[in-house]
Design a protein around this ligand. Sequence first.
Ligand SMILES: Nc1ncnc2c1ncn2[C@@H]1O[C@H](COP(=O)(O)OP(=O)(O)OP(=O)(O)O)[C@@H](O)[C@H]1O
Ligand SMILES: Nc1ccn([C@@H]2O[C@H](COP(=O)(O)O)[C@@H](O)[C@H]2O)c(=O)n1
Length: 643
Amino acid sequence: MEFLDLPQLLSAAGTVRLPGSKSISNRVLLLAALADGETEVRDLLASDDTERMLDALQALGIGVTHLGGENWKIVGCGGAFPVKQAELFLGNAGTAFRPLTAALALAGGDYVLKGVARMHERPIGDLVDGLRQLGADVSYLGNEGYPPLHLKPATIRPDGVVSVRGDVSSQFLTGLLMALPLTGQTVAVDVVGELISKPYIEITLATMARFGVVVERDGWQRFTVRAGSRYVSPGTVYVEGDASSASYFLALGAIGGGPVRVEGVGRDSIQGDVKFAEALAQMGAIIETGPNWMTACAPQGGLIAVDLDCNHIPDAAMTLATAALFAKGTTTLRNIASWRVKETDRIAAMATELRKIGAVVEEGADFIKITPSTARPAAIDTYDDHRMAMCFSLAAFATPLRINDPKCVAKTFPDYFERFATVTRAAPVIAIDGPSASGKGSVAARVAAALGFAYLDSGALYRLTALAAQRAGIAWDDEAGVAAIAAGLDVVFTGEDIRLAGVLVGDAIRTEDISAGASKVAALPAVREALLFRQRVFNTLPGLVGDGRDMGSVIFPRAVLKVFLTATAEARAERRYKQLIEKGFSANLPDLLADLQQRDARDSQRSVAPLRQEADARLLETTQLTIEQAVKQVLDWYSEASS
Ligand SMILES: Nc1ncnc2c1ncn2[C@@H]1O[C@H](COP(=O)(O)OP(=O)(O)OP(=O)(O)O)[C@@H](O)[C@H]1O
Ligand SMILES: Nc1ccn([C@@H]2O[C@H](COP(=O)(O)O)[C@@H](O)[C@H]2O)c(=O)n1
């Protein structure tokens, strides 16, 4: 599985231009397709969900032209799709599946609508019931009440009033309302039960109005579409930035100092998720808004917990769940039952993953309570849910972590993590690589002490792996066996002490035998992979100095300073010789030199992460330098690099 390792974050500030709103994009596409005339859609969201809608419209015979960038031309069909028989695959795009179901059920064709496995677990029965009241012929191809669906031509007989449940998903009402002008009759929709996610209905009504259909409404109970209503292209439509996507960046500003400014959505937005900014302000964040921008900064004393009804911001509320990790007290998010029928069961998923990083979480049918505690690194599963991946990026302010399957963000925000990187600053790393006995460890440890940073002796992990494998009777060339040992290393570093399975092994891992074993197991790709995250979790505040062979090239490629520290083989052998003699071990200089040259060759000739000076690493040749001089040079370079 693909993953993305995030270091612990230090701060956040900057500006992000948001991608187009998913909700508005897919509504505009469908209405442009149903309208009379051509529509130029500007700033459309480029994502999996909008691709599913564009593909479906093309399959239905709608003229779809990419004008470049985020701009598209849609040639409307005036309510009659040219293609009368089609099988459509709509992935996991609820904003495509529900409205297309409604429109196609009233369109007089023969259509099959399918999605990914999760889409087939998301209920659609209430929408189908509503459509059947109009005479639509809709049948379930799998489980009753769930996609996939078969829609057949039918005589539509609007009889005045249709009832639809509003308490499971507001997309049922949205789908029905957008399709009703296709009946040509006056139809009223009565909402049964308390309507959830009302702001999404506001988006629906505003978008329909933009295309010339004004829905009459009686509060949130009854909506009426009058006979003769027809969609007419407004010419050009600009899609607002996505307010749910804005939530991650506003939260970054609120946690990481800020100011973080989002552009493309602001107080004039028609999206309900802009109200997320108010929720964040209740947590203490300093929020400013303009017509199409918002900024967030962290409050002086830090965020505070809230107890909130989140029914009006169901998607953005997920961001509050991870922001809660940085708030004093217990945050309670209520009235979020709809989370359970989204891309995944978001209440269960959120609870499971928050617990992995140490939070205390209580979940109920329609609420979640989060109390922060000491954070620990973890690999976060994302459940093919873009919002899980984006929400958990915030947790990197608490701990380094791994996001599994980060590309699931493509559903709504394909370049989320690239934008995230432009507004966040990670805990700094100084990477010191070089050959054996060059002095990396001595210099790295002193630099770390001078700066108050943590120190990672990555070579020790390969040495520990070699020792643990030897003790378990596993040969050093048994890649799978040694990788399993590396993945399960029970090691604790406390100051100078290193314990393997509770036993002190500081000296045992420094023997020449284990040195050779370490360089053998280090050449095995599966072993390096198994030790990757274990090394990256050292990237915490206030900073880290890591020494090894691939600190700058593989483990910490974004290190603030990369140093390639070396000395001649003879100088290094002599240093090693003195070191061993001082420790009371016997040693032979020519043998040491030969061993060292052999290790150098193995380390630099292996296929994965070979020892070499990277183009962006500074060379520190120490044959003629004392340790103190080498340390001073690294500190000078660091102060230059970080200023
Ligand atoms: N510039 C220097 N001048 C003289 N001696 C040095 C210098 N740098 C390090 N040494 C000595 O060389 C020996 C090896 O240094 P150190 O263990 O730091 O090297 P290393 O590169 O980390 O080795 P390894 O790759 O085996 O972990 C130590 O005894 C250390 O005190
Ligand atoms: N980042 C690293 C660090 C070490 N190795 C391998 O481990 C051996 C022991 O390392 P020391 O720094 O303690 O000497 C070394 O010879 C390398 O083969 C590595 O591959 N990558």
